[in-house]
Design a protein around this ligand. Structure first.
Ligand SMILES: *Cc1c(COP(=O)(O)O)cnc(C)c1O
Length: 386
């Protein structure tokens, strides 16, 4: 046993030497701020894009809607056994109706959704074409599936088109897997190009992960597909509820046959305890308000644009078109130093390092939320420029 733990320890040492060792931070949350090592900082590393998760009034409004006998903290079972409370199906109907779609299915998390759907729907006669930068949960779904997978260069629709053209006759289906807003670069997939491609072939399926766009984009906050008026073209539209929706869980919007199929075949749906009823009620409460948050979305878009513009003017290359704004510095140790410097100035930003991003592209990642003020953005800009 000593030999085993020794080998783990030497691997950790190697990570530490490269500046890639991860440790859990000790954080105290105080609304929009965090306190770490006694220092209070504005939280610029949160996915609470609409600033709802720390909104005490909203939480209290929700709690007042509950009758005591409705408050349940566990579903105590998978939904296929006894965990299928009626509020689950109500939430799915609410989601389907928001999207004007046939159906929706709720999963325990975005990780469960992506790592469960792909192995369920892909077999050896399927080819998966996935963007080089897709999230780990999608990569794990691909790994668990029997399908062959080719990763195309990030957002390179020319290469994607060539791959489709080359392979479409050799497979029953080709599934194109992408995010709408990418988690690390904050840039966006070209949905128009993907849909054009889909129309040109009879066996293409589009799988779109809107984790960072749900709540944030579109007139009703439904994501980039809503913004670009193409919801019905997406075969699997995944949204997560732990980010802008200030809850937890995730969903897929799809045809009803697909929903029925996933209930039978998606292992991460079948073999896990359903989310707690109280969480489903909270999600439903938030979703019923989502359309009212347009001014939050507009503000977030405004401050994001302002920050991106200044970064570009200051000579940084900034691929982002969203609220996720990376400052790429290169080495992991530089990214750590830069993050520490920003933290000393009162901004809680974190370094992102390999394997989350490719070697040599370590960065600090700013993730803006709607409750950051324009004044704070100006202060942040000064701190970056100093
Ligand atoms: C956060 C994220 C997920 C995972 O969602 P969880 O609900 O946190 O498990 C999946 N895909 C993308 C693109 C994400 O950013």
């Amino acid at each position: 046993m000593n030999k085993f733990t020794d080998s783990l320890e030497s691997e950790l040492k190697a990570l530490e030497t490269k500046g890639n060792l991860r440790q859990l931070p000790h954080i105290r949350h105080e609304g929009r701020e965090v306190v770490v090592n006694g220092q209070r900082m504005l939280n610029l590393s949160s996915n609470d894009y609409l600033g709802l998760a720390s909104d005490r009034k909203l939480i209290n409004d929700f709690l007042r809607t509950l009758r005591n006998e409705e408050v349940l903290f566990s579903s105590s079972s998978s939904r296929l056994l006894t965990g299928n409370f009626s509020i689950y199906e109500e939430l799915e109907e609410q989601l389907a109706s928001l999207y004007g779609a046939e159906s929706a299915l709720v999963f325990g998390s975005g990780y469960h959704t992506n790592s469960g759907i792909l192995p369920a729907i892909a077999n050896t006669r399927t080819l998966i074409l996935a963007d080089k930068l897709v999230h780990a949960s999608l990569i794990d779904g691909i790994r668990l599936s029997a399908a062959r997978c080719i990763r195309y260069r990030h957002n390179d629709t020319m290469q994607l088109r060539r791959l489709v053209d080359e392979h479409h006759k050799s497979y029953d289906y080709i599934i194109i897997v992408t995010e709408s807003i990418f988690s690390m670069d904050g840039d966006e997939a070209d949905l128009t190009a993907l849909i054009e491609l889909k129309h040109a072939y009879s066996n293409l399926i589009l799988y779109l992960d809107e984790a960072h766009a749900f709540g944030v984009r579109g007139p009703h906050g439904l994501g980039c597909a809503e913004e670009q008026n193409c919801i019905s073209e997406i075969d699997f539209l995944v949204g997560t509820l732990g980010k802008a929706a200030a809850s937890s869980g995730a969903f897929v919007i799809c045809r009803h046959e697909i929903r029925d199929f996933l209930i039978n075949r998606a292992r991460t749906y079948i073999y896990t305890t359903a989310l707690p009823p109280i969480n489903i009620q909270w999600t439903s409460f938030i979703l019923s308000q989502l359309k009212n948050y347009e001014s939050k979305r507009n503000h977030l878009s405004y401050i994001s644009q302002k920050l991106r513009k200044i970064l570009i003017e200051s000579g940084y290359s900034c691929p982002s078109t969203s609220q996720i704004i990376p400052i790429v510095v290169g080495s992991s140790t530089d990214a750590i130093l830069r993050a520490e410097e920003m933290q000393r100035k009162g901004f809680y930003v974190l370094p992102v390092r390999p394997p989350t991003v490719p070697e040599g592209t370590s960065r600090i990642r700013l993730s803006l939320t709607a409750d950051v003020t324009e004044k704070e953005i100006d202060q942040l800009i000064n701190a970056i420029r100093e």
